[in-house]
Ligand binder design. Structure first.
Ligand code: PMP
Length: 461
């Protein structure tokens, strides 16, 4: 068994080398640009995330439209990565482009509201069910702002998160449980911070651990996705979201639901689809159609408590009502105009129906192939999002992912996908549909996935 495992690892490694060579041979211009980029960017690209693609270096994009990306080497990709959700509206969607162009000519950022913001505020309240909103420049910022309010009103320091979570560059959420011990997630550098003071981490779907942590009275808020999407998709156990709500209420803990990804569940996100009742609703990425933006909405009750701590300002006096929340460009005219275009024209029920049908199509065909070839893999699909995982069953929590994950096979699949003209998020095998995604593009994935299975079989993996 040991020998076969190491043989298998060796074969996967050789196959990956061959795929990376194929990638290098067919992407000379991207490779050369990457060489240049490394001279002036700390981690090669303008964002450190860009170094994490399986080809060995990223493709450099020439243009992107709908669900397609064209690179500088003249190759075209069907894009299921969609900017890791930032492109969920599709690339260069007309309504956003038109709104952005019009606003660019009328000024983008003045530290003053525009009339469009009234419509956007009303729509956010109607759509997601929270009365009071704040706009930010990213989902990270929305989470950071939300956490600050939670500490303000509870006087408590700790944020509870679930092992395997990701909520952006939020220090409190960089923790995980591995081999029963609490540590820093994903080899993140501890950064000189004592996380035991500011964070508490438990396994997802673990009612006992959650209840015990909340009963300590030290937790300001629970920060969670309503199902996990950043460590592979981890489905939520029946009743768990309701249990979290009940326990947070009982213990005076604030509940933040981060829908930055799960917004792909439907027009009102997972929250509306499943009737959840967060105190704070967070989203970002796609909400302004690819223009940097985040949002968080606050319940009536929590808003009242916040106003007691920090009242509305009276400009007659230079009173200090600084909130300690950054964002000079937050809620600027460009963001608001593009958000209006997204909410009125793109993330509509009609488009969601198409997106969800395509995600179902992808999941169904992938499952058929898995079954036909007797593979110990599974597919999860929720709304417009699907994921292929190399384990027989959906994980219940982060520990299950750690125990079953086949990272080398994932990297091989991703390199193979890129060589065959398909993009998925580089961190795990997640697929997202946009309104422009077609059934033909989904079927192209099915063909490529079948080819990948053949490649493994031919090589005895
Ligand atoms: N929350 C969730 C659930 C996310 O998945 C992410 C990014 N993957 C973020 C927040 C942070 O988003 P951003 O990097 O755009 O700030």
């Amino acid at each position: 068994e040991q020998a076969t495992q190491s043989e298998r690892a060796q074969i996967i490694d050789q196959l990956l080398e061959a795929e990376q060579q194929r990638f290098a041979d067919t992407h000379p211009k991207s490779q050369s640009l990457w060489g240049e980029g490394r001279k002036n960017y700390l981690y090669g690209g303008p964002s450190h995330w860009m170094r994490r693609w399986a080809g060995g270096f990223p493709i450099y994009v020439d243009s992107a439209k709908g669900a397609e990306v064209q690179d500088v080497d003249g190759r075209t990709y069907t894009d299921f990565c969609l900017g890791d959700t930032g492109g969920m509206c599709g690339h260069a969607p007309e309504a956003v482009t038109e709104a952005a162009l019009a606003q660019l000519k009328r000024g983008t950022t003045t530290m003053l509201p525009t009339e469009d913001s009234i419509w956007v505020g009303q729509e956010l309240a109607h759509r997601f069910g929270m009365p009071y909103w704040t706009l930010t420049t990213s989902a990270t910022d929305a989470n950071r702002g939300a956490i600050r309010y939670c500490r303000m009103v509870t006087g408590r320091q700790k944020v509870l998160v679930f092992s395997g979570c990701y909520h952006g560059g939020v220090e409190e959420a960089h923790v995980e449980i591995r081999d029963g011990k609490v540590g820093l997630r994903n080899m993140i550098h501890p950064n000189g911070v004592d996380h035991s003071k500011v964070s508490h981490v438990v396994e997802f779907n673990d009612r006992e651990a959650l209840a015990e942590a909340l009963e300590s009275g030290e937790i300001a808020c629970v920060l969670m996705e309503p199902m996990m999407t950043n460590f592979g998709m981890i489905p939520v156990a029946p009743g768990f979201n309701e249990f979290v709500r009940e326990k947070t209420r009982e213990t005076g803990t604030i509940l933040i639901i981060d829908e930055t990804h799960t917004m792909s569940s439907g027009t009102g996100g997972f929250t509306k689809t499943h009737g959840l009742e967060p105190d704070i609703f967070v989203a970002g990425k796609a909400i302004a159609g690819g223009i940097p933006a985040g949002i968080f909405g606050i319940s009536e009750e929590l808003a009242q408590r916040i106003w007691q701590e920090v009242p509305h300002v009276n400009p007659k006096k230079r009173q200090s009502a600084h909130l300690g929340i950054g964002g000079t460009l937050a809620g600027n005219a460009l963001t608001v105009a593009t958000m209006k275009a997204v909410l009125s024209n793109i993330l509509t029920d009609e488009n969601f129906d198409k997106m969800i049908a395509n995600a179902e199509r992808l999941a169904k065909s992938a499952r058929k192939l898995i079954e036909k070839n007797n593979l110990p893999w599974h597919v999860t699909q929720v709304g417009a999002r699907a994921e292929i995982m190399f384990s027989p069953q959906p994980p219940r929590n982060g520990a299950d992912v750690i125990a079953t994950r086949q990272g080398d096979l994932e990297v091989l699949l991703h390199a193979f996908y890129m060589n065959e003209g398909i993009l998925v998020t580089p961190f795990h095998t997640m697929f997202l549909m946009c309104p422009a995604t077609t059934a033909e593009q989904v079927d192209k994935h099915t063909e490529v996935f079948a080819k990948f299975i053949s490649l493994l079989q031919e090589n005895g993996v």
